[in-house]
Design a protein around this ligand. Structure first.
Ligand code: GDP
Ligand code: MN
Length: 382
């Protein structure tokens, strides 16, 4: 689950990381009072999951309450990609002296989390990674032995930070490390980590992603995470039914397979045959008739789907059970779009018989490529 900036900053504050005074606002009529409490000038920031707001005019400054109100009226309700701006964060505008970068993320090469630091924070951090002066410095993290303050001080010094801001910056970064482990985060990033005109250090932005595998022990004061996926209602729906489903935007071929590897291989073959996978759906093991039916219905209702490829192997799963699930959907919903099934394994004869009775084309002994070309031909005929 990704936290919005204002949620991440709540977490930061509770861990002792300084953030500018501010509050989230959901209605333009509330922003005047908020700006008055905080005191102008204020910064007004669209709360979106995507980054790069600074470069796309979604971080604004207001000198007066009237200006803040005008900005709020302009931004609230605006669509940005797939998201709509429903919340703004209004904060005291910082007097920025320097922008640093501090972030923790999983380093797959090192098989563990790593702390990254750069003196060139702000909106251009990606390009500064190749700049020798702004080179990101990396410190691998051991969850059982969090770094000592001297290690973080060294990291910051190596990256070129010196002067009175060095120690408070390092102390803030150490709290960020605690925050990362305490909240089972996958990412915890402050960009920019600001040094203001008085040498004080503030987290001016927050990017936090929490590991959903640890949701059961998540701090109950945090958002539960169920509404997060609402940006894609289909994925939210699939999740509530216990289906491993990912939607892929503009595809035309629905894919259901048994096992993530087989599913991805099937998607590749669909793409190679000129189709565009509309989704990923791994049926997994221990599949019931009901779950097969739910999976097929999920894919059939995915927007843009013109044909469905079902590629399953009866290893742990039973082909007869899965075929019954497909038959249930065909009987109840009479789907009009072509479905091709490649099904082999445990109880295959029983499964094939059920599918043959309802007129679903099956690939019995052939390859996935054959199933895909059969499906593409059927889609092309429509
Ligand atoms: P992002 O672009 O989505 O990551 O949004 P940020 O929260 O990082 O803001 C982008 C940029 O806006 C920052 O790098 C700053 O340069 C600027 N900015 C954000 N807050 C303030 C502020 O309080 N005062 C000033 N002067 N600049 C700010
Ligand atoms: Mn940022």
């Amino acid at each position: 689950m990704k936290l919005y900036e204002f949620e991440g900053k709540d977490v930061f504050r509770r861990m002792g990381i300084a953030t500018p005074d501010g509050e989230p606002v959901g209605d333009a009529s509330e922003i005047g009072a908020a700006a008055e409490r905080i005191g102008c000038p204020v910064v007004i920031k669209a709360q979106l999951q995507r980054g790069g707001r600074g470069k796309s005019g979604l971080v604004r400054f207001a000198q007066s309450i009237e200006e803040a109100e005008a900005i709020a009226r302009e931004l609230l309700g605006t669509k940005v990609g797939e998201e709509t701006i429903t919340t703004l964060l209004v904060e005291k505008k910082l007097d920025i002296h320097r922008e640093l970068y501090a972030g923790i993320t999983f380093d797959y090469a090192a098989n563990g989390p790593a702390l990254l630091f750069s003196c060139l924070g702000g909106v251009d951090i990606e390009s500064s990674a190749s700049d020798p002066e702004g080179a990101l410095r990396k410190l691998p993290l051991d969850p059982y032995h969090p770094p000592e303050i001297h290690q973080i001080l060294n990291l910051c010094k190596q990256a070129g930070l010196s002067g009175p801001a060095l120690r408070p910056a390092a102390e803030t970064i150490r709290k960020l490390v605690s925050c990362y482990f305490h909240h089972d985060a996958l990412t915890a990033e402050i960009n920019p980590l600001v040094i203001d005109g008085n040498g004080r250090v503030y987290a001016a932005d927050s990017k936090m992603e929490l590991d959903d595998s640890a949701a059961f022990r998540r701090d109950p004061s945090l958002r539960a995470g169920d509404e997060e996926e609402k940006s894609d209602p289909y994925e939210a729906d699939a999740m509530s039914q216990g289906l491993a489903y990912v939607r892929l935007g503009s595809g035309n071929i629905g894919v259901i397979a048994g096992g993530a590897g087989l599913c991805m291989a099937s998607m590749d073959m669909v793409a190679a045959a000129g189709g565009k996978p509309a989704n990923f759906l791994d049926l997994g093991g221990g599949v019931s008739r009901e779950k097969t039916a739910a999976a097929l219905r999920m894919v059939l209702k995915t927007p843009g789907v013109e044909g469905v490829l079902m590629n399953v192997f009866g290893g742990i799963n039973n082909c007869e059970v899965m075929a019954n699930g497909i038959a249930d959907v065909v009987h109840a919903d009479s789907p009009r779009i072509p479905i091709v099934v490649k099904m082999r394994g445990h109880s295959q004869d029983e499964g094939w018989e059920i599918l043959e009775k309802i007129g679903i084309p099956i690939v019995k002994y052939g390859t996935t490529e054959e199933a895909v070309s059969m499906l593409m031909a059927a889609v092309g005929r429509r």
